[in-house]
Structures are given as structure tokens and as C-alpha cells.
Design a protein around this ligand. Structure first.
Ligand SMILES: *Cc1c(COP(=O)(O)O)cnc(C)c1O
Length: 340
């Protein structure tokens, strides 16, 4: 029933699976949608997505749990977030209940690609929408396509999570009153140059500052940030130009309600970095990636948790959230959508 794939070594890359969900928006409404074996899209040369980047996306995972079920983690929040992205980009909203239903259809149709429990691998789902009809004057397109494909992904960290090095970026990710809070492809297009440069300089990631004052920490190109204070408080930056990570919102809940820690969403100043005990990136792909070193223009900040392993609180957060996702720990109501 499960494909013969070397689950431990597939990495975080694309593998084609059998079925994807497709729905078209035409004449002001969405069609019923369908599953298709065709992974290729044919588009008009002047499609809105190609000319003016009218597109947004989501990302979530399906897991096999300890008791053999296949589940998804909080897909209703992805549906809601995509609706927010679409509203900001003048795209039609794909109904939230239909979004969750389509996620389930894709997982069910590709069950053989859901990795076995205990491998650390999972089935990554990529819902996305794009303008499919032609534009040449700058305006929203008339037609759109919503799709979800699935691809199995390996454990993000082979052989355990080693702390990473990040740099404070000189580039900006999001403008005040811009699109930083939505999951638009355009936010990623303009972060590519910054991440390639950071990699060339030997860093794993960029920490972006608030572009208005450049004094506060926001997030990386594709993950939110959490800090742990010396007195075990979990802190995450507050800003309306940060993408509201579902992993981060879940971790803050776990910190408070499962671990009994204080959890605080507030502005975090660059100057405070030296005072934190632990730091980690959070997002669907890796859950939590510990940060060991932050480079700020000639100054180096070494987190006390070091470069060898996750800090103690980060580890507890990681174990609890993955325990909830894999069915080892009782979830808060509504967090786990059982598919099989
Ligand atoms: C998707 C994304 C995240 C992580 O969100 P999750 O819902 O936790 O996967 C963080 N930052 C940015 C910019 C993102 O696009």
C-alpha cells in the first residue's frame, strides 16, 4: 500500500504523485473541481500570473499517526489564510470548506505516497491559485485556477537538527502596508537574491528587519521566529508585516497550555538579541530550526544554547508539537483533521 521509497533520504524536494486537485474560476464562479493525473499546465502567453504575478499559495502536511491514521494539521487555518491572500491580491476566494475538502481528496487519492509513521517524512500539500486568463493593461484577470498537488518530503533535518547561522539582512522583505502578511509568490521572488547572497556568504538564512525603522526583528524569507528568554518566556515578534505562521501560532499555544510557559507576542528589537537564551525558526517544513549564531554587520551574537543542539525549551516545544501531529499527544480540539 505504501510506495517503495527511501523515505529517510528523499529530502525536501518535489516528487510527482498520481493525482492533483484542479478547479477553474470562470464567469464569476468556481466549477466543481476534479482530480487529474496531468501535472502539466498549459497557459495563455499573457496569463495574469505570468505578467503581473497574480498568484498566492499555501503549504501544509499530511502524516501517518502512531495508531495508523492519516491526518492533516489545522487545514482550516490554511483555508482562511489563503482567503486573506486572495482578498489582498484581488483574486476570487476559494470557499474555505471546499478547500479543506479538496485537501482531503488529494491526500486520499495519493495515500500510497503518505510516508510510514516513524520515518520523519510526510506528504507535503501545496494549494495555490493563479490568474489564468490574459491581461495586458494592469488589472485583475477574469479567470483563475486553484490547484493542490502533493509531494512526499523527507525529514527536514537528516540526523537531527543542528543549529544554523543567520545574518541580519540589508534587504527588506515587506513594506509597511504592503503584502508581507499574505502568502504571495511575489514575496518570495524578491527574497531569492537576498538568500542566494546570504548563502554565498556562508549563512543559512536572513533575518529581515521592519523596513520602516530597521530596528525590529521580523522573520526570515519563509519562516517566523521564536525566542526564549533567560527566564524561559517564549517570545515572538509582533508586526503586521509578518506572515502569520500556523506553526508559530500553534507553538505559542503549546508553550502556554502544554508546557506552562509564558508566551508573548511583542515587538522584538535588534538590540535585545544578545539577551535571549534560545532562538528558532518555525514553519510547516521544519517545524522548528534552532538558530545558534546571528551575524549583525561585524557583530556576532552566539546564543547560549550553542551550535551543537536545540535549546532545552525549543526541544520541548518541538517534541510536544510533533507529538500532537503524530498522534502521540492529545491535541487541542480541532487541530487534527482525520482523513483515513
Ligand atoms: C509560509 C510562511 C511561513 C510559515 O507558515 P506556516 O503556516 O507555519 O507554514 C512563515 N513565513 C513566511 C514568509 C511564509 O511564507
Amino acid at each position: 500500500m505504501v510506495k517503495d521509497i527511501d523515505w529517510a533520504n528523499i529530502g525536501f524536494s518535489y516528487t510527482k504523485t498520481d493525482y492533483r486537485f484542479i478547479s477553474d474560476y470562470k464567469n464569476g464562479k468556481w466549477d466543481e473541481g476534479r482530480l487529474s493525473e496531468d501535472a502539466v499546465i498549459r497557459l495563455d502567453e499573457s496569463a495574469g500570473v505570468l505578467q503581473y504575478a497574480q498568484t498566492c499559495f499555501e503549504g501544509l502536511k499530511a502524516y501517518r499517526t502512531v495508531d495508523g491514521h492519516v491526518v492533516c494539521f489545522r487545514p482550516d487555518l490554511n483555508a482562511k489564510r489563503m482567503a486573506d491572500s486572495c482578498a489582498r491580491l484581488e483574486m476570487p476566494i476559494f470557499p474555505e470548506d471546499k478547500f479543506v475538502d479538496a485537501v482531503k481528496q488529494v491526500v486520499k487519492a495519493n495515500l500510497e505516497f503518505v510516508p510510514p509513521y516513524g520515518t520523519g517524512a510526510s506528504l507535503y500539500l501545496r494549494p495555490y491559485m493563479f490568474a489564468s486568463s490574459n491581461v495586458i493593461g494592469v488589472k485583475p484577470a477574469q479567470e483563475y485556477q486553484f490547484r493542490i498537488f502533493a509531494t512526499p518530503v523527507g525529514p527536514y533535518f537528516k540526523g537531527g537538527a543542528k543549529p544554523i547561522s543567520v545574518k541580519i539582512s540589508d534587504f527588506d522583505r515587506a513594506a509597511p502596508h504592503g503584502t508581507g502578511h499574505i502568502k504571495a509568490g511575489l514575496n518570495y521572488a524578491m527574497s531569492l537574491h537576498a538568500i542566494v547572497q546570504a548563502h554565498n556568504e556562508g549563512f543559512n538564512e536572513n533575518f529581515y528587519l521592519d523596513s520602516a525603522t530597521r530596528t525590529k526583528i521580523e522573520e526570515t524569507g519563509g519562516a517566523n521566529i521564536i525566542f526564549v528568554t533567560k527566564d524561559n518566556k517564549v517570545v515572538t515578534p509582533k508586526s503586521n508585516t509578518i506572515l502569520p505562521s500556523i506553526t508559530r501560532r500553534s507553538l505559542m499555544y503549546v508553550a502556554e497550555h502544554y508546557l506552562g510557559l509564558k508566551a508573548e507576542e511583542r515587538e522584538v528589537y535588534l538590540e535585545e538579541l544578545k539577551d535571549f537564551e534560545e532562538c528558532a525558526l518555525c514553519g510547516t517544513a521544519a517545524v522548528l530550526s534552532p538558530v545558534g549564531r546571528i551575524y549583525d554587520h561585524g557583530k556576532e551574537i552566539l546564543l547560549p544554547s550553542g551550535m551543537e543542539k536545540m535549546g532545552e525549551v525549543t526541544q520541548k516545544l518541538y517534541d510536544t508539537l510533533t507529538g500532537i501531529q503524530m498522534g502521540r499527544i492529545e491535541p487541542p480540539e480541532g487541530w487534527i483533521e482525520v482523513i483515513e
